[in-house]
Design a protein around this ligand. Structure first.
Ligand code: OZS
Ligand code: MG
Length: 214
């Protein structure tokens, strides 16, 4: 029976990455998606920008919207300090099954909590159910038309600390125009665009980093 792209990505990890070595998992996915088949991971070029923002923020608590196969989940978690935690939300159960195995291969189960459901349903429950006070970093990489409504929901739920950082993938391609307009014009955010390319291509894309001023 036909395999799915996420299943083939997991296969590439199990074949080419070393168990317990997160960076080898990241490398294996990038090599597979660059040489065999494209997939919507943030990728190696934008991934370096992601790494620099994570290192600069040095977050204790991270929220990721959009796990997919767990590429950026593993990439971020590999840079977190010992007791830091990352909560990643995934809507598609088939993707979640793959991501859990990629996370396990990287040996990062203790740092990462993958929660299945929709952002509208899960975000309001994060405080009570997961004992989260506020996030230091939010990585947005899910459905692009959800970036703005979910940012407003995260604010409403008091989940972003003053000085907390939103980092959004794909603000050019596929694009998140309403989100971009909002964070760039709101007096409550200080935004900065990091120009790059769409993963594994020469097409322009970039990450938008927005600091919440409270
Ligand atoms: O569409 C793109 N990404 C959409 C990504 C969507 C992923 O986010 C999950 N999700 C949805 N809601 C939640 C939450 F949070 F509610 F749980 C999680 C979906 O199930 C899916 O795994 C995309 C497309 C391109 N491209 O070039 O077309 C390039 C990229 O980098 C992309 O990220
Ligand atoms: Mg993306």
């Amino acid at each position: 029976t036909q395999s799915t792209r996420p299943q083939r990505i997991l296969g590439a990890v199990q074949q080419n990455a070393t168990r317990g070595d997160p960076r080898s998992v990241v490398r294996a996915i990038d090599q597979y998606c660059r040489s065999q088949e494209w997939a919507m991971n943030v990728g190696d070029e934008k991934g370096c920008i992601l790494d620099s923002v994570v290192s600069e923020v040095n977050p204790s608590t991270v929220l990721e919207l959009g796990t997919y196969c767990g590429y950026s989940t593993v990439r971020i978690a590999s840079l977190l300090p010992p007791h830091a935690k990352l909560i990643t939300l995934e809507f598609n159960p088939k993707f979640a099954v793959i991501a859990r195995q990629v996370i396990a291969w990287a040996g990062l189960e203790d740092k990462i909590q993958l929660v299945e459901g929709s952002s509208g349903d899960l975000i309001p429950k994060l405080k009570e159910q997961f004992g989260v006070k506020a996030f230091d970093l939010v990585f947005l990489d899910h459905w692009k038309d959800r970036y703005l409504p979910d940012t407003k929901l995260i604010e409403e739920c008091g989940l972003l600390r003053k000085g907390g950082v939103l980092l959004a993938d794909n603000v050019i391609c596929p694009g998140a125009p309403e989100y971009l307009e909002f964070v760039r014009s709101s007096p409550r955010y200080e935004s900065q665009y990091f120009k790059s390319h769409l993963e594994y291509t020469k097409v322009e894309d970039g990450l938008e980093k927005s600091v919440f001023l409270g």
